[in-house]
Ligand binder design. Structure first.
Ligand SMILES: *[C@@H]1O[C@H](CO)[C@@H](O)[C@H](O)[C@H]1NC(C)=O
Ligand SMILES: *[C@@H]1O[C@H](CO)[C@@H](O)[C@H](O)[C@H]1NC(C)=O
Ligand SMILES: *[C@@H]1O[C@H](CO)[C@@H](O)[C@H](O)[C@H]1NC(C)=O
Ligand SMILES: *[C@@H]1O[C@H](CO)[C@@H](O)[C@H](O)[C@H]1NC(C)=O
Ligand SMILES: *[C@@H]1O[C@H](CO)[C@@H](O)[C@H](O)[C@H]1NC(C)=O
Ligand SMILES: *[C@@H]1O[C@H](CO)[C@@H](O)[C@H](O)[C@H]1NC(C)=O
Length: 684
């Protein structure tokens, strides 16, 4: 029966193919299934399944799949340059790996090329981070997006949007359809990731310049479109355009399918009948019916068997996934996958150590994505659980100046965090200790602004205030385009969950840690600003905030900058490695802003919003700075310094550590176990 169906379909396609003269271009396409040769050109992971369904992606992570009609179609009248009307209808199914959590989506696409240089995840295989928003893209798309990306202002994680040259939609709406006419309709919601077929219609009326997008769960087209947006596509289209579909997955992944497609230029697309399209072979829902089908005794035997496996794995591997980890869910990688990616955490793959753990370079087996895997040991399981939930939620933060956290994995007391790999390493490598490459002032100023915009986003751009807690040059990473990206956000929090409730640990790095932090045991947005001030000074001066080898009065960089400022010779301190090539106004502003942020009184520091406005030149800094009341460190600091060997002092100034503050004790004391861990790391 199935075979007969297939034969029939193939026959119909051959017939259709014969009807279209090969030399001229068709202005109508109709596929009730995609069987036949060279019907579509496929790229990435896209494939046609044996039953004729077009599978754009499966549920592996970070992949792109595309299918375009093989030849370009004429979308424009070459004599008057006006875009033609067109109409299209297609049936799609999105089947998420984890129920309700889709990633990332698919798009009906009309593009000037079928070889899009595009990225997976939020870019949907349409554009990349540099091309999005550029009017030379000549891209029209209707996105069916199942992940909310703050970067692109997505309204939710279940929307349809009209995209022109950019992933920021010009119009979007939660998925659904209207019953009734234009005036008395009510909206029914639909869920893209339901795993059920959804039919969509995209219609462009050239005479009125209106794009309509209509959605339904049945073959009958609702009268009122979900989206109706006025836009003239004439400047977007080139004469010949390619039409088809693109889909992508991120860390969260769905299988994206197209069951059938019709398309016509200057006329209505032939209707699709859902019942005559190929069906997705009974998806993964089967489990329940399977289990009820098995007899009780069989069921008990199965339980015994599963329990046996469970116990075996528990004792063999001790990599048992605990219930809470499943709740946090999809960001989890398997340990085996990460072990394979980093070639078994080989020393050769080590990118660096310090700052809470070792970082390895890796390549994920499925997608060939390069990643950095940070391995952290932690003793408290309780703390780990809270921390992982927090990291998973923070991991949803998206900003172009944050290093994206892709996911995590726990194995016994080890926590593994997976980040995008940043090819140009960390900022400190370009500033201190005879760097191989010197960054110009323009590059440095750009990086400063990048970090400021990331911090502003953490403090104000997300639903909750996120405090970084460990801003410093070695946590600023440079991507391929030398853009500054802040890494390790929120990580310091892991060590704040102290085991003993009467003590809190505060975490940070000497030289960057605001003086009130050890005193109060609390980090605040203000203490991030303090650290950012230290970063400003070191980027301008090419010196660490604490330079232990310097003369006593020059040990604390901000004191040194203040002294020069009083003498009116602040520019003496500008990094000599710049050879005098810098914009004096900008450098002066950065140094003064550094002093302002380094004020010992938290309330006297500017907010990140103000900092960004200063850096953008929207607001001028005060001409005369007042002395930042108590610059540097007093309480606890001298005692702490005196207790250290000079050699360990040097390591301390660059690597993160935790201080336990006993609320009853006068002075903070260092958590030596953590300290030795990192001190050892730094010497490698
Ligand atoms: C293209 O535009 C010209 C001038 O407006 C018109 O005469 C012609 O009919 C148009 N061709 C098509 C195919 O619409
Ligand atoms: C991004 O897309 C543009 C335009 O398609 C292309 O020129 C550029 O090479 C792409 N960049 C990357 C990093 O792929
Ligand atoms: C847009 O893309 C073109 C070609 O890829 C490039 O020359 C141009 O600089 C880009 N414009 C912007 C604003 O990025
Ligand atoms: C909507 O209005 C039309 C006439 O304007 C009427 O026939 C129809 O019953 C109404 N539908 C509903 C759901 O009220
Ligand atoms: C449809 O979804 C919207 C939010 O997207 C919600 O406000 C509304 O109550 C939902 N309607 C129904 C009928 O569930
Ligand atoms: C688009 O939708 C509007 C509003 O319902 C309707 O008036 C118009 O005829 C539609 N145009 C097309 C081409 O479907």
């Amino acid at each position: 029966m199935a075979n007969l169906n297939m034969l029939l379909q193939q026959f119909l396609h051959v017939l259709l193919f014969l009807l279209i003269p090969v030399s001229s271009q068709p202005n109508q396409l109709f596929y009730d299934g995609f069987l036949g040769s060279n019907i579509m050109s496929l790229r990435g992971v896209a494939e046609i399944e044996s039953n004729g369904i077009l599978k754009l992606t499966d549920d592996s992570s970070r992949v792109v799949g595309q299918a375009f009609y093989p030849t370009g179609l004429r979308f424009k009248n070459s004599s008057d340059g006006k875009a033609f009307s067109f109409s299209s209808s297609f049936a799609l199914i999105i089947f998420p790996e984890y129920e309700k959590l889709g990633g990332h989506g698919l798009a009906f696409t009309i593009a000037s090329s079928k070889n899009l240089k595009a990225l997976p995840s939020q870019y949907l295989g349409l554009l990349n981070s540099t091309s999005t928003g550029n009017s030379s893209n000549h891209l029209f798309a209707v996105e069916f997006d199942t992940a909310q990306d703050f970067e692109f202002g997505d309204i939710d994680d279940n929307h349809v949007g009209i995209d022109i040259n950019s992933l920021v939609s010009i119009a979007s709406a939660p998925v659904g359809y209207y019953t009734g006419g234009d005036d008395n309709s009510t909206k029914q919601n639909l869920t893209l990731t339901s795993g059920e077929p959804i039919i969509a219609w995209v219609d462009y009326d050239a005479s009125q310049s209106i794009v309509n997008v209509t959605i339904s769960e049945s073959s009958t087209k609702p009268k009122r479109p979900l989206l109706s947006h006025h836009v003239d596509l004439s400047p977007i289209f080139e004469d010949l355009m390619f039409v088809g579909f693109s889909a992508s997955t991120g860390l969260l992944a769905s299988s994206h399918y197209i069951l059938g497609w019709s398309f016509k230029i200057n006329g209505p697309a032939p209707p699709l009948e859902l019942s005559s399209l190929p069906q997705l072979p009974g998806p993964k829902k089967k489990h329940t019916s399977l289990i009820t089908g098995v007899s009780i005794s069989g069921f008990l035997a199965l339980c015994g068997f599963l329990f046996g496996i469970y116990m075996y794995r528990r004792y063999k591997n001790a990599d048992v996934i605990e219930a809470w980890e499943l709740e946090i869910g999809p960001h989890r990688y398997s340990y085996q996958e990460l072990k394979k990616a980093t070639k078994g955490f080989k020393d050769k793959e080590l990118l660096g150590q310090g700052g809470f753990g070792s970082v390895y370079k890796g390549t994920l087996p499925n997608s060939n994505t390069q990643v950095a895997v940070k391995r952290i040991s932690h003793d408290s399981k309780q703390g780990l659980r809270e921390f992982v939930s927090e990291i998973a939620s923070i991991g949803r933060l998206r900003h172009r100046n944050l290093v994206p956290l892709l996911g995590w994995c726990r194995r016994r007391g080890d926590l593994l965090l997976v980040y995008d790999f940043m090819e140009n390493g960390s900022l400190d490598k370009y500033l201190f200790d005879g760097p191989k490459t010197i960054l110009s002032w323009e590059q440095r100023f750009k990086v400063i602004k990048d970090v400021a915009s990331a911090l502003l986003y953490l403090h104000e751009g997300y639903e909750q205030v996120v405090i970084h807690r460990d801003v410093k040059a070695s946590n600023v990473l440079l991507d391929g385009g030398l853009n500054g990206r802040l890494g390790d956000f929120g990580l310091a929090r892991l060590y704040e969950h102290g085991a003993n409730p009467s003590t809190t640990r505060v975490v940070g790095t000497f030289g960057y840690m605001a003086p009130e932090v050890p005193r109060t045991g609390k980090s605040t947005p203000n203490s991030d600003v303090f650290a950012f001030g230290a970063l400003l000074l070191e980027v301008a001066c090419g010196l660490r905030p604490l330079e232990p080898k310097a003369l006593p009065e020059d040990v604390v960089l901000v004191d040194c900058v203040w002294n020069k400022y009083k003498q009116g010779r602040i520019l003496d301190l500008v990094d000599p490695k710049l050879n005098g090539a810098f914009n004096e106004r900008e450098v002066l502003m950065v140094l003064k802003l550094g002093i302002l942020c380094s004020n010992a009184a938290p309330a006297a520091r500017p907010s990140m919003r103000q900092v960004v406005r200063f850096l953008d030149g929207e607001v001028g800094l005060p001409d005369e700075l007042r002395k930042p009341e108590e610059v540097g460190y007093q309480e606890g600091f001298d005692e702490f310094m005196n207790s250290l060997e000079p050699s360990s002092f040097y390591q301390m100034s660059t690597s993160s550590y935790a201080i336990k503050t006993d609320m009853d004790a006068r002075f903070p004391f260092i958590d030596t176990s953590l300290y030795t861990l990192h001190a050892r790391g730094e010497t490698r």
